[in-house]
Design a protein. Structure first.
Lengths: 385, 123, 284
């Protein structure tokens, strides 16, 4: 009997009850997946700032852990043109030998090969892993590849337990592994790019030094000294890397200086001297458009400035000169003094140090000189004749 | 020269042709003498068969059979002979026959030596 | 086409094993947008034997869950409706098979093992060649020889004659059946599957698992069942009454696209999985 004043339609009630029943029962399962997705999406929005392969591997292992109860997660890498899959990293580390044994067993069974040649992840029971513990564990073997080749494989050993929502979890795992491979690929490309630049620049530096034998190895040594001073000043890894580049490249501008000026054994004319003084700005010009080297431009530009402002090209003084520029100035001068030149013989290291100290506050920043002195005293500065 | 399954090759064999997986990735060139490492590499990359110089799979089966008593071998051959129709000129059926025979022989070898065969009995 | 004839025969048989209604009900539920898990587990529990079997399988080593899954609702949430439905099917077939009596020529336990063997091989073939749903192929594999049960149960005399003919001549059962009955167990099985309302693809996989001729629409899945069946007989996993290994249809081999060199891997892997399955679902 329809009651006109009924607040609830009997038909509706049934579907409402059904809906409630459904929500209640699948609640825990959904919450579980929801949490995992939440955590994963937070990871995705974090821009991966590092192109450091180690860092990437670590980060991704953490992400996989968000998804499944992993026993161990490992990455094996194979070099371009290489054959062997070499174990790169495992998390947790202590299980590295176990996972390697497991992978060997999977290779023998042909499962590993199937995954690689199919280019798709394979999910099988583990063969040797934790067999004593009577737990049933799965291993997912996923090939990692970029556009051109297989770069390695990920091996993830996980356990299915009551929280494991099978199909969805496996699908998500597959998707994650794909992203992971992309990250790795990016990092390797970046590495390759850096290498390419490095070797190009090294080639330029070598060619300069080939023309001017008295300065052979000079850039390398300046880079070394710079790193020692920077370490003494407690600089972070990234800044030390930049000063390393700065040292390698500080004289790259000399490629614009004619031979006869560079190698002149006698005193330079004013005009010739002016030409030499162009090399910091030529160097800065060369470097400023190379993206990962842009930040080292000022150091190259400023390595001939003086603390008292009487340097070149701009005549900056004291703190107006970048600390890196002030540091390079010390390193550069020290090596110049301790090397044979066309116009004079090398000084002894102790005498060169004395020169630095004598010129504290004028040519050189006292802070940098003192750091150099400390490094010298603790034997960190090495000269090889 | 014969095409052998990757599970049947041993150290010292020489490749007649390059070893490739289904994607055409060459793992090892022809003329190479196989080492343990090579064989593992084949399995790693999904190479399932290779062309070996101077040996063929019939010969291998023969060697396996020599390891057993003639009674055992005879009974296996009789059983399989009844089960399988004539498989000449049919490469697929021939391959199936070979694999089944190999599995039977292996099982017989394991039984006589007392080892347990992971493929058949115990889990 | 004898299919009309077979349908008539099937319809006249009466008291045919029915695929338990729970499977049919579950199939319908799959199409609904918000199937209540309570309803699903209620349906399965209508047949206690099947509910028990499903839980037994879920808790077995094949699934490897660490903590025992004590209730059906939980199993449904974790595995998903599709997989549960396949488990229900397997349990249902098992139940049907158990109701038949073994004869001297035809042993039920061996028949059951042969069905599992074929299903396993077909699934591994499907996985290795990247087919869309290996689980559906597995299901069809379990059902492929169901026609033999019908013949054994409802056409005793003819069935005995068929088995005698096979023993004497060494021919395939299908050939003897055609001689004696006018149709074979693949067609019977297909007709039954059709009557049960199973999907068209499944019906086709069952009807054409012999491939004595190549039908127009030969799919990879059908090829997988056909080849799986041959491999199962060759490996001797259980027995469906065949005395000889049937030849593989060349077209089927080509359509499936498996490499010859992958056969060994498929056969080894399947043998192993077979041992696992049989240990869970063995005859008590």
């Amino acid at each position: 009997m329809q009651n006109e004043q009924a607040l609830i339609d009997p038909n509706d009630l049934e579907s409402i009850v059904r809906k409630l029943s459904f929500l209640e029962e699948s609640n825990s399962a959904l919450i579980s997946i929801q949490n995992k997705l939440d955590r994963l999406s937070r990871f995705q929005s974090e821009k991966l700032l590092s192109y450091d392969v180690q860092h990437i591997l670590q980060t991704w292992l953490v992400r996989f852990r968000e998804l499944v109860k992993i026993e161990v997660c490992s990455v094996f890498l194979v070099e371009e043109g290489g054959i062997e899959f070499i174990h790169e990293i495992s998390e947790p580390e202590e299980l590295a030998p176990d996972i390697q044994k497991e992978v060997e067993a999977q290779i023998a069974l042909g499962n590993f090969g199937q995954a690689i040649s199919n280019g798709a992840p394979l999910n099988v029971r583990t063969e040797v892993f934790r067999k004593e513990s009577n737990r049933s564990l799965n291993i997912m073997i996923a090939p990692l590849s970029n556009m051109e080749r297989i770069i390695g494989a990920a091996a993830i050993v996980f356990e299915e337990d009551k929280e494991f929502i099978r199909q969805q979890t496996l699908k998500l795992l597959h998707v994650l592994v794909d992203f992971f491979a992309l990250s790795l690929e990016n990092a390797y490309l970046y590495d390759d790019l850096k290498s390419a630049y490095f070797y190009t620049i090294k080639a330029i530096t070598n060619s300069i030094e080939a023309r001017d034998p008295y300065t052979r190895g000079h850039s390398g040594r300046v880079a070394q000294f710079s790193k020692v001073i920077a370490t003494e000043l407690d600089w972070g890894k990234d800044r030390i890397a930049l000063i390393d580049w700065g040292g390698m490249l500080h004289d790259v501008g000399k490629i614009g200086i004619p031979d006869f000026i560079l190698n002149k054994p006698t005193k330079l004319t004013a005009d010739e001297y002016r030409q030499i003084q162009l090399h910091p700005s030529i160097g800065a010009q060369i470097v400023k458009d190379i993206s990962f080297l842009t930040s080292s431009t000022p150091y190259i530009f400023e390595h001939h400035e003086r603390f008292d402002g009487k340097g070149y090209p701009t005549g900056l003084g004291e703190k107006d000169i970048s600390i890196e520029g002030r540091l390079l100035a010390v390193a550069d001068s020290f090596d110049a003094m301790t090397s044979d030149r066309p116009y004079r013989k090398a000084l002894r290291a102790e005498d060169a140090l004395d020169e630095l100290l004598r010129n504290e506050g004028t040519q050189f920043d006292p802070e940098v000189v003192q750091a150099f002195r400390r490094a010298w005293m603790s034997g960190k500065i090495k000269i090889s004749w | 020269m014969g095409i052998l399954n990757v599970n049947d090759i041993t150290v010292g064999m020489v490749l007649a042709k390059a070893a490739m997986n289904k994607n055409g990735t060459v793992i090892l060139g022809p003329g190479s003498t196989l080492t343990d490492k090579h064989i593992t590499s084949f399995k790693t990359w999904g190479v399932t068969e290779v062309d070996i110089q101077g040996i063929d799979s019939d010969q291998l089966l023969k060697e396996a059979m020599d390891a057993l008593s003639s009674d055992v071998v005879e009974s296996i051959e009789k059983e399989l002979g009844e089960l399988f129709p004539s498989v000449e000129a049919n490469p697929v059926m021939e391959e199936i026959y070979k694999i089944v025979k190999k599995m039977h022989l292996k099982q017989a070898v394991n039984q006589t030596s007392g080892a347990t065969d992971a493929v058949t009995k115990d889990s | 086409m004898p299919s009309q004839k077979i349908h008539r025969i099937i319809n006249s048989m009466g008291e045919l094993p029915t695929l338990p209604t729970i499977y049919m009900k579950l199939s319908h539920l799959l199409n609904e947008s918000e199937p209540s898990i309570k309803t699903i587990s209620g349906i399965i529990s209508e047949d206690l034997a099947i509910a028990a079997m499903v839980l037994k399988i879920v808790n077995s080593a094949a699934y490897g869950f660490r903590n025992k899954i004590g209730d059906l609702q939980h199993a449904i949430v974790i595995l998903g409706l599709k997989e549960i439905r396949n488990l229900v099917l397997a349990s249902s077939i098992y139940k049907i098979v158990k109701e038949f009596e073994s004869s001297s020529a035809f042993n039920m336990q061996e028949f059951w093992k042969h069905s599992i063997g074929c299903a396993t091989l077909a699934r591994v073939l499907a996985e290795t060649t990247h087919l869309k749903s290996p689980e559906d192929v597995f299901t069809a594999g379990l059902l492929h020889d169901i026609g033999k049960l019908i013949h054994a149960g409802h056409l005793h005399e003819e069935f005995d004659a068929v088995m005698a003919d096979v023993a004497e001549t060494g021919s395939q059962m299908s050939k003897s059946e055609k001689k004696i009955l006018g149709f074979d167990h693949a067609q019977t099985g297909g007709a039954l599957a059709d009557k049960w309302g199973l999907p068209r693809e499944t019906v086709n996989m069952i009807t054409h698992h012999h491939l004595s001729y190549t039908p127009n629409a030969l799919t990879k899945e059908m090829a997988a069942i056909h080849i799986g069946n041959t491999l199962c007989i060759a490996l001797g996993l259980g027995s469906g009454g065949e005395k000889r290994v049937p030849l593989i249809n060349q077209n089927a081999w080509e359509i499936l696209g498996l490499r010859l060199s992958d056969l060994e891997y498929v056969m080894q892997r399947s043998s192993k999985l077979f041992e696992d399955s049989v240990s869970i679902m063995d005859f008590e």
